[in-house]
Design a protein around this ligand. Structure first.
Ligand code: ZN
Length: 181
């Protein structure tokens, strides 16, 4: 088991378009070892997901936890398709942009096609939180960070996010004040 170092925003590897994985490589001990290291690194950093470019490997691979019941799973060469027009807004964070949070609008429902860690084709239809995680992680494979998509007014350090619960604005752009604890 190896804990890999997580690239921080400003490192060029986070802005590259990652290369697809050759399916024949998936069963090899080297690749399976990499998957294990990617998972161990996500767990050590206490993340909900981690993409290969975040550990300096520009390959189209992510590990993520869609729910406690499912546990960690790998998406290799994932392709995301939005389902419907509905959008969802939530505060996101990223191991490559540590200790900050900001609000991002994403597709509420998606379909994702990918190869699993055995090289088997899989198709999932997801909505809500799991759909957000998949969109966040697969963005990494195209060199996109959530801060590119966020409402910059909502940018918060983690301490302030926890203290104020994340800044909210109404349709007119006015700050919605909530009670401080
Ligand atoms: Zn991230």
């Amino acid at each position: 088991m190896s804990i890999l170092r997580v690239a921080q925003a400003g490192h060029p590897v986070l802005r590259m378009r990652s290369e697809p994985v050759d399916p024949e490589v998936i069963p090899t001990p080297e690749f399976q070892g990499f998957l294990r290291d990617l998972l161990d690194t996500m767990e050590d950093y206490d993340g909900a997901g981690l993409a290969a470019p975040q550990v300096h490997e520009p390959m189209r691979v992510v590990v993520l936890v869609l729910s406690d019941e499912r546990g960690p799973e790998f998406l290799i060469n994932p392709v995301v398709t939005p389902v419907g027009e509905e959008q969802i807004v939530s505060f996101e964070g990223c191991l490559s942009v540590p200790k900050v949070r900001a609000e991002v609008t994403r597709h509420k429902a998606i379909r994702v096609e990918f190869l699993d860690d055995k090289g088997e084709p899989q198709l999932l239809e997801l909505h809500g939180y799991p759909a957000i995680v998949v969109q966040h992680e697969t963005d990494h494979l195209d060199g996109v960070l959530y801060i590119d998509r966020c409402d910059p007014r909502t940018f918060s350090y983690l301490d302030e996010y926890r203290r104020f619960g994340g800044l909210q604005f109404d349709e007119r752009g006015e700050l919605v004040l909530s009670e401080e604890e």
